[in-house]
Write a protein that binds this ligand. Structure first.
Ligand code: BEZ
Length: 387
């Protein structure tokens, strides 16, 4: 009898301590981002943006200090489940933040679902993450691959372009970006005459550029990012194609890359949910703070990292720092309007940003705002069922 009472008292005391530990003490954030490979600089910008928002809040979100745990995911899907599981099971993180590569993000979403861990995706556009894989604990602060592709399909069709060749890496992000583009472009009367690709992260473009020259389309639509984007744009110009066959793309092709691309990118039109010259008070303040902190110009990846931290703060405030209250956390984000440097956005029922997609043009070292290509564009988010 005594034993039972003591055991019960201990259990209750332990429960109280455990519950207490969920609202006070450090909040463990697991950053799973690429620190090596073609997307390394994207990972750095995301982490910088995330840390900048936390620093602006005095180092705490919902009153809880933040403790970071980090893994270099190498943009390698084959290591992704192990990497995410280390953060969740070994380090016991409260929230996972990552990543850049769509294939890696899909593995993270599975780990987050299986362990009921919060996940905020600060880049990877894999349609499935906020489609069939979506769930109460999974959010995205960036875009779905479909969004910029679809917006550019509309732009290029309206420009009267008829025959287009697409070129990308053969993996989820490239395939889905091209699919979104093709959907809108062909609806608008255009035709994708050839779909070219090479395995991620290869950069031997020469044979494919020869095929483009031979096909002589009206234009090319492309998805590449990071180091691969730098090389592709330079090779395209060096092959003499820049002035003959206009190159368009999802904006990742020229974001965070213009310094290295130089003149070869000049004049290119791209579509994205951010531009360098938005010139709003919100964006100007963000860019200044970012430049002061990191001695770097902000880009779309920095914005997405910053907004991942903002989204975490919105959810945490709603549950007073108690990450175990997943349903309330999610409900707060579904009602939120995020005051992003890109412009305000809301979050769809499947937890993807509903946002303006801009048409931009490269001028010197900037992706200059041209117009809003697609207003408050929501991903179709096919097939989402909450857990
Ligand atoms: C992706 O894999 O989803 C991705 C990578 C870089 C830029 C944009 C998307």
């Amino acid at each position: 009898m005594n034993f039972t009472r003591t055991t019960l008292a201990c259990a209750l005391a332990f429960g109280a301590v455990a519950a207490h530990a969920q609202t006070t003490g450090k909040l463990k954030v697991g950053l799973m981002l690429p620190a090596t490979g073609t997307f390394a600089s994207l990972g750095t910008a995301i982490e910088n943006g995330f840390r900048l928002y936390v620093a602006e809040q005095g180092g705490k979100l919902a009153g809880r200090e933040i403790e970071f745990f980090k893994v270099d995911d190498e943009s390698d899907p084959s290591k992704a489940v192990d990497n995410a599981s280390k953060l969740v099971k070994r380090d016991n993180v409260d929230v996972l933040v990552g990543t850049v590569h769509s294939g890696v993000a899909m593995a993270m979403a599975k780990v987050a679902r299986d362990n009921k861990t919060l996940l905020i995706v600060p880049n990877a556009g894999a349609d499935a993450v906020t489609g069939p894989m979506c769930g109460e604990t999974i959010f995205r602060s960036s875009f779905s691959n479909w969004q910029p592709g679809y917006a550019m399909g509309e732009v290029m069709a309206k420009r009267g372009l008829k025959n287009v060749v697409t070129i990308t890496w053969k993996y989820a992000a490239g395939d889905e970006s091209v699919r979104g583009f093709k959907e809108a472009f062909e609806k608008g009367g255009g035709k994708v005459v050839k779909e070219l690709s090479l395995p991620f992260p290869n950069v031997e473009f020469q044979a494919l550029l020869t095929e483009i020259a031979a096909a002589r389309p009206d234009a090319v639509y492309t998805f590449f990012a990071g180091g691969g984007a730098v090389k592709f744009v330079k090779d395209y110009a060096a092959a003499g194609l820049k002035d003959k066959i206009p190159l368009y793309g999802a904006g990742f092709i020229t974001d965070g890359t213009l310094e290295a691309q130089g003149d070869s990118a000049n004049g290119m039109f791209t579509s994205l949910h951010y531009a360098d010259s938005l010139n709003t008070p919100r964006d100007n303040a963000f860019r200044l703070a970012y430049a002061k902190s990191y001695k770097l110009q902000a880009d779309v990846y920095a914005v997405q990292g910053y907004d991942a931290a903002q989204m975490l703060a919105v959810g945490l405030d709603a549950v007073k720092g108690d990450v175990s209250k997943k349903a309330e956390f999610a409900a707060a984000l579904r009602k939120a309007r995020i005051d992003s440097p890109r412009g305000p956005f809301t979050i769809s029922a499947s937890h993807n940003p509903v946002q303006d997609i801009y048409l931009r043009q490269v001028g010197g070292k900037e992706n200059k705002f041209v117009s809003i290509a697609s207003k408050a564009l929501a991903d179709p988010g096919r097939g989402c069922r909450m857990q």
